[in-house]
Ligand binder design. Structure first.
Ligand code: CP
Length: 300
């Protein structure tokens, strides 16, 4: 694997291998060292969790990290992403973590790049594969029998790169049941795995894992806007609604959370919530992704 772009490029073996590597790093007293390797965090969109955890992951692997936000780079002068990456490669940069508001980071784009490896940290509505992998790690720690799980994903599925990557992941792993609960207007345009319904009660009934999505107001067309009060009433995850899930169901949210809209504060703070565990695991999963890319590339 030269680049880490989307879950569909991973086999079940690749997924298992990343998971084992991340779990190992979480326990390990020391880590591999990439002392002479520099990674650039190139973020064209805001981020808290993803940017900081990629930086922490690289530091733990003894790498140098340069953070380049689009507002501070020559991107503002009209340089293309391809030219930016070619220039970074010319300075000896080996690895670039990119977040972009458009669906740019697909195989056809990276095929044109030489001497540089790319990690997709979220591109438009397309993919957020490292988020899906850290979600899997968090689920696995609580519920290792992945094949037997009923997972429900609630919210704005149509615009969610996280939902896309999770769908691809659960399809590859062939989990028992995947349900998307979403208002009609936010249903996915295409579905490759799972089913879509609009009843929260039916969706979370006997669920093992409940994943709430952010509403993503910034991606909505005017005709896709819903009243937040109505959304909260019909699709907001509350303690009362949680009673329909299994008693030991776990709750995930990729963040950032709209507290008391898509998920009630009391659910975020409950024992079933694994939201901060996701964030902690993100550092180790991103270490596993970086190590996996660089260690394979070294042998080439
Ligand atoms: N989950 C996620 O991508 O969060 P950030 O936007 O803060 O990176």
């Amino acid at each position: 694997m030269k680049h880490f772009l989307e879950i569909s490029q991973l086999s079940p073996y690749d997924i298992d291998s990343l998971l084992r590597r991340a779990l190992h790093f979480k326990q390990a007293p020391s880590y591999p060292s990439y002392l002479n390797t520099t990674m650039v965090n190139l973020f064209y969109e805001n981020s808290t969790r993803t940017r900081v955890s990629f930086e922490l992951a690289a530091h733990k692997l003894s790498m140098t990290v340069i953070n380049l936000h689009s507002t501070q780079s020559s991107i503002t002068k009209g340089e293309t992403l391809k030219d930016t990456l070619d220039n970074l490669a010319a300075m000896g940069i080996k690895l670039v973590v990119i977040r972009h508001c458009k669906e740019l980071l697909q195989q056809n784009f990276v095929k044109k790049l030489t001497n540089i490896q790319i990690i997709n940290a979220g591109d438009g509505e397309h993919a957020h594969p490292s988020q899906a992998m850290l979600d899997l790690m968090t689920i696995y720690e609580k519920k290792p029998n992945l094949a037997m799980l009923k997972v429900v994903i609630i919210g704005n599925v149509r615009h969610s790169r996280v939902a896309n990557s999770l769908q691809a992941l659960f399809k590859t792993l062939a989990i028992k049941e995947l349900i998307f609960v979403t208002p009609d207007i936010w249903q996915p345009r295409q579905l490759q795995f799972g089913k879509v319904i609009d009843s929260l009660q039916e969706g979370i009934s006997a669920a093992d894992v409940i994943i709430c999505l952010r509403i993503q107001q910034e991606r909505l067309l005017d005709c896709e806007r819903l009243s937040l009060a109505k959304y909260k009433q019909e699709f907001g995850l509350t303690k009362k609604m949680l009673k329909y899930a299994k008693d030991d169901a776990i709750i995930l949210h990729p963040g950032p959370v709209n507290r008391d809209v898509e998920i009630a504060g009391e659910v975020i703070n409950s024992k079933q919530s694994c939201i901060l565990q996701q964030v902690s695991n993100g550092v180790f999963m991103r270490m596993a992704i970086i190590d996996s890319l660089l260690s394979v590339h070294k042998k080439l």
